[in-house]
Design a protein around this ligand. Sequence first.
Ligand SMILES: NC(=O)c1ccc[n+]([C@@H]2O[C@H](COP(=O)([O-])OP(=O)(O)OC[C@H]3O[C@@H](n4cnc5c(N)ncnc54)[C@H](OP(=O)(O)O)[C@@H]3O)[C@@H](O)[C@H]2O)c1
Length: 292
Amino acid sequence: MTVAVVGPGAIGTVVAAALRERGLAPSLHGRTAREHLELIVDDERIQVPGPVRTDPQQAQGPVDLVFLAVKATQIADAAPWLAALCGAETVVCVLQNGVEQVASIEPLAQGADVLPAVVWFPAQRQEDGAVWLRGQARLTVPDGDAGRRVADALRDTLCSVELSDAFASLAWRKLLQNAVAGLMALTGRRSGMFRRPDIAELSLAYLRECLAVARAEGAVLDDAVPDEILAAFQTYPEDLGTSILADRDAGRPLEWDIRNGVISRLARTHGIPTPISDAVAALLAATSDGPG
Ligand SMILES: NC(=O)c1ccc[n+]([C@@H]2O[C@H](COP(=O)([O-])OP(=O)(O)OC[C@H]3O[C@@H](n4cnc5c(N)ncnc54)[C@H](OP(=O)(O)O)[C@@H]3O)[C@@H](O)[C@H]2O)c1
């Protein structure tokens, strides 16, 4: 099986290391040239041989399987990699948050089979360029031929893969978590803030709007989901952040549209009023993109 990783950052490095463990030698395609990648798991440092190629004209495709792990804000810039690496027989597994992976990647993927994934684990880039895996690496993908190709590529490695026939509902549940975590990027505070009664009340009201949109889109999620998500944030360590807050702290563009804007956009197509979502999305958009 020929495999490529596009976007060898936090998530891409974990998957690249797992592919190596499986005996596959993924080609690495990124923005910053590097000799190798480095993954920190517990006390061990695992090197993943490179190089990280940065010129799409050097890409040798089509390949059997592409893992796309750029941020949603970087998709347009990564399009030349997809053009070079994809063909009609390729599976592109999109390792990104949100519920719109197929719609955003399919037009760029040369007829490839685009497979969304839910990424369940936290991974952080360190100042020295290494990536710290902070939890059990785990993906969920839709059950089917494309999902089985991904599961096969990562079998018996540090990154487990679950095949799900309820993928859309799982992806929506994760999106609700991501949406409410966006409030941290507005306050500049971490999970501890959800213990405040006023923030808890706001979060529940926001999550209930999100739940109505999720259900209108076909997700099967029960009434308890908003309370469960809030309770989880309230029990996390007070200083646990979220990637959209890390991006804000670093002055990078925010994935506000796929994590928050999507709720209001889809709500409009169903005629569902979402005043809290509309306010949150506008504030995050301005935080990310200015002007000012
Ligand atoms: N990290 C997590 O814990 C986590 C958990 C769940 C879901 N996710 C989601 O997973 C996705 C990836 O996140 P991440 O945290 O892995 O991001 P990341 O660490 O910023 O990695 C993105 C990688 O893409 C590279 N890149 C940027 N532009 C590119 C281009 N034009 N062509 C090729 N590569 C390019 C970046 O290069 P540089 O090295 O030059 O920046 C970087 O290596 C996001 O949607 C995120 O929300 C992340």
